[in-house]
Design a protein around this ligand. Structure first.
Ligand SMILES: NC(=O)c1ccc[n+]([C@@H]2O[C@H](COP(=O)([O-])OP(=O)(O)OC[C@H]3O[C@@H](n4cnc5c(N)ncnc54)[C@H](O)[C@@H]3O)[C@@H](O)[C@H]2O)c1
Ligand SMILES: CC(C)CCC[C@@H](C)[C@H]1CC[C@H]2C3=C(CC[C@]12C)[C@@]1(C)CC[C@H](O)[C@@](C)(C(=O)O)[C@@H]1CC3
Length: 349
């Protein structure tokens, strides 16, 4: 089963957050398949002759209603930056904003809503090995991003109905060209000399998901929601199906960027406690100054524990399987970094 091209301009789709990393890759794929694509976002970050851009705030339902006439399917992939540290904004966008998206979908007769959720909605900092969708939502999420992603997913899945089919896709550790989070943060930390250390023993395995596989899953799910109503109302893990040692993956990126791989080990619980103290300090000064630390209990836990997931449910219920293997994905990602283009071009198959 693969994603299908459609009769050109026979279906109108809306990508909320379409100017972002996942959103833009999704928009480009949908256009290539013949969809009429609209983008709703706070900002416009690119031009495309086949795309109609609507600038607005999904927290303002009137803004949303303006772009939803005759829309068949909505892809909701808007979020404040996961590494920002603003609880109010997360609650406002991921929870109140998602309520607006659902209300607008019902008002405008949208048939399908695909939410880009996150595998971390079941992660509270303990090891997860081959975790499937039966795992409960994290009772104590490590940050307000994750807390609001849980609330968001619950809202979307409980809205599933005869008139609006909803589905939540849970990618994990998305990377690829134009990623604004993982690679740039890694490069910034490396440039500051902060990537000499391995947090913990370095034996924790994690999932990373190449952007083309995430986009493929979104289109596949959207194309099957109507034919397979049984998949509606469900959440599905979406990964590369190739769990890798976190520090091996990071070392590949760092060496690809021209930096040395981390080599000195730091005790995991010591760094976790340090991160906890940093967060207390950030909270104390927050009335006076907003600080966005990279060292948080969430990022330390992600760097020091197992967190990889099973995609068997997506494979069996809507035939998902990754279209780009991890090795190729890493090379393509490094090749996409302008200053590294020539160095990696020859390696890409
Ligand atoms: N990047 C990852 O590793 C990852 C992993 C799993 C899930 N996700 C999920 O994928 C989705 C996309 O993430 P991304 O990495 O592309 O993020 P991103 O920051 O690149 O894009 C998010 C987009 O949402 C827009 N947005 C934010 N607030 C808005 C508002 N109030 N109104 C309208 N638009 C608004 C932003 O302008 C931005 O263009 C998110 O739902 C995220 O939770 C991301
Ligand atoms: C050498 C350094 C330790 C490198 C630091 C890399 C770090 C910036 C990334 C490593 C794992 C990434 C990650 C997300 C953001 C960037 C990292 C922390 C993530 C929190 C982004 C939001 C997603 O929804 C996420 C929670 C998910 O489940 O995919 C991400 C988890 C991994």
């Amino acid at each position: 089963m693969s994603v299908k091209a459609i009769k050109p301009d026979s279906k109108i789709v809306l990508v909320i957050g379409g100017s972002g990393f996942v959103g833009r890759h999704l928009v480009e794929k949908l256009c290539s398949l013949g969809y009429t694509v609209r983008v709703f976002d706070l900002r416009t970050t690119f031009e495309h002759e086949k795309v109609t851009f609507y600038n607005g705030d999904l927290c303002n339902k009137q803004d949303l209603l303006k772009c939803m006439d005759n829309v068949d399917t909505v892809f909701h992939c808007a979020t404040p930056s996961p590494l920002s540290n603003n609880k109010k904004v997360f609650l406002r966008v991921n929870v109140d904003g998602t309520k607006n998206v659902l209300d607008a979908c019902f008002e405008k007769g949208v048939k399908n809503l695909i939410l880009t959720s996150s595998a971390s909605v079941v992660y509270s900092g303990s090891n997860i090995e081959h975790g499937d969708e039966t795992l409960p939502y994290a009772k104590r999420p490590l940050d307000c991003y994750t807390q609001t992603k849980i609330q968001q997913e619950k809202l979307v899945l409980s809205a599933n109905s005869e008139s609006l089919k909803t589905i939540a896709l849970r990618p994990h550790g998305i990377f690829g060209p134009r990623d604004p989070h993982m690679l740039p943060t890694t490069a910034r930390l490396a440039a500051a000399g902060k990537t000499k250390f391995i947090i913990g023993k370095g034996i924790n395995k994690v999932d990373f998901t190449y952007i083309d596989n995430v986009v493929y899953a979104h289109v596949l799910a959207a194309q099957q929601l109507q034919q397979k109503p049984e998949i509606a109302g469900n959440a599905y893990n979406i990964t590369n199906n190739e769990p890798i040692l976190f520090w091996e993956f990071m070392s590949r990126l760092l060496k690809g960027l021209g930096y040395a791989a981390p080599k000195y080990h730091l005790p995991y619980y010591f760094i976790y406690f340090l991160a906890f103290l940093v967060q207390i300090f950030v909270f104390i000064v927050s009335p006076f100054k907003t600080i966005r630390p990279t060292l948080t209990t969430m990022t330390v836990a992600l760097a020091g524990t197992h967190h990889y997931y099973s995609c068997e449910k997506a494979a069996s219920e809507f035939n998902y399987s990754p279209v780009v293997k991890l090795e190729d994905a890493i090379e393509r990602t490094l090749q996409s970094v302008p200053e590294l283009h020539n160095k990696h071009a020859k390696k890409v198959k």
